[in-house]
Design a protein around this ligand. Structure first.
Ligand SMILES: [Zn+2]
Length: 173
């Protein structure tokens, strides 16, 4: 069976990312017990990820790169913001423990959505945080194999996502 719309595809992959002239760096790898499972055409993944797997069947291997523009986009200056240091005061003291340069800190927008900000700089009055996706600006290099392709269940199609390798996996909504 071929990977195409309305099929549930399980893949094992290794992801490396590369930016500018920097060497590739390792990002993540699935395990054979824990493959990445998704509903093809369900808008769960980067469109170019599907495009590169379309038509492949179980056992096929792949090796492709998605340019940053077509992956998580380029970093935007607007997403780097200066926040008042008082936001990070806990019990009268600046939160030195969590707010360190390089740390990823969960923050909330006005609607209560969680956003991860990376601490870029700590000044006298401000903390500069970068809310760009950590992989913004990176070309993504995927290598791996197709583990399985099956028909999506009616429930998966109505939910718009895969329910695990077998389609029976319990999950929370
Ligand atoms: Zn569901």
């Amino acid at each position: 069976m071929k990977a195409e719309n309305n099929k549930v595809v399980a893949v094992n992959y290794t992801l490396h990312a590369q930016k500018g002239n920097e060497p590739e760096k390792f990002i993540e790898q699935t395990s054979s017990e824990n493959p990445f499972v998704f509903l093809f055409g369900g808008q769960q993944v980067i469109p170019d990820f599907e495009k590169n797997l379309e038509g492949k069947t179980a056992g096929d291997s792949f090796d492709f790169t998605i340019n940053a523009e077509n992956a998580y986009g380029m970093p935007e200056a607007d997403y780097i913001v200066k926040l008042d240091k008082t936001i990070f005061v806990r019990d009268g003291e600046f939160d030195h423990e969590n707010i360190k340069v390089g740390n990823d800190v969960p923050m909330y927008d006005k609607e209560g959505n969680e956003l991860i900000g990376k601490v870029v700089e700590i000044g006298l009055e401000h903390v500069t945080m970068d809310f760009n996706h950590p992989l913004a600006g990176y070309n993504l290099h995927f290598t791996g194999t197709i583990k399985s392709v099956r028909e999506a269940t009616p429930e998966e199609l109505s939910h718009g996502h895969a329910h695990g390798l077998t389609g029976n996996e319990e999950h929370l909504h």
